[in-house]
Design a protein around this ligand. Structure first.
Ligand code: CMP
Length: 226
């Protein structure tokens, strides 16, 4: 991985949700274990099938979690952002990496070695709970995705994805992060052409409105995403 490493202050660690239950003394111990890295856009931070060595925490930037086959066909499992962590699965069960993780923006990451992570977990119940909560959240998201693949048509899947990716801006739901149609297609198991057609129809039907690079979601889209 192409990256620039640096040391980390306890102030930075305090702002990380995974470490929010740690006492000051624990944060000082952690600061000596954790490395900060800047990685450029396009960096493959983890490669599916590789042996596991570290856990990563996102301080800034976004990364795609993806799986691909030998023909280069991809499915995007998730897009991770600040405060989230990845690489915990292989650390917990000692299996190879379950997916690849690619930086889609320049990222600031923290990494902690497998040995140090395991010794922190053994000593810190709050941190173990934070990891478990993260795993449960992922399982809920995966269940939702399985449900939408089995139960919704492509309109419903696009609508639900847009709702999941949206944030509240002045009381309105808006997708502010760049979300190429190709990536939407890889997240919902449809072709790019189909996603383009559905987005156009949602626009024509008044369910969504394009505002520059933002997508404004109208209340009626809730009906399409149910
Ligand atoms: P690991 O298997 O060690 O390496 C790949 C990582 O991708 C994995 O740990 C998780 O941190 C992350 N990951 C795998 N599946 C998902 C998912 N469905 N949603 C979010 N992150 C995931």
């Amino acid at each position: 991985m192409q990256s620039v490493a640096a040391t980390v202050s306890t102030m930075v660690l305090k702002a990380v949700p995974l470490f929010s239950g740690c006492q000051d003394e624990q944060l000082r111990v952690l600061a000596a274990m954790v490395t900060r890295r800047s990685v450029p856009r396009g960096t493959l931070v983890l490669n599916a099938g590789d042996q596991t060595d570290s856990l990563y925490i996102v301080l800034s930037g976004r990364l795609k979690v993806l799986m691909s086959d030998s023909d280069g066909k991809e499915v995007i499992l998730s897009i991770l952002g600040p405060g989230e962590f990845f690489g915990e699965m292989g650390l917990i069960d000692d299996s190879p990496r379950s997916a690849s993780v690619l930086a889609i923006e320049p990222c600031e990451l923290l990494s902690i070695s497998k040995r140090d992570f395991k010794s922190c977990l053994a000593q810190n119940f709050e941190m173990a709970m934070a990891v478990m909560k993260g795993l449960v959240r992922r399982l809920r998201e995966a269940d939702r995705k399985i449900g939408s693949l089995a139960l919704l048509d492509v309109y419903g899947r696009v609508a639900r994805l847009l709702l999941d990716m949206s944030e509240s801006v002045d009381g309105q739901k808006v997708v502010t992060k760049r979300l190429p149609k190709q990536d939407i297609a890889k997240m919902i198991g449809a072709s790019r052409e189909m996603v383009s057609r559905v987005m156009k129809d949602l626009q024509m039907g008044g369910y969504i409105e394009m505002r520059g690079s933002n997508i404004l979601l109208k209340d009626t889209i809730l009906l399409a995403g149910e």
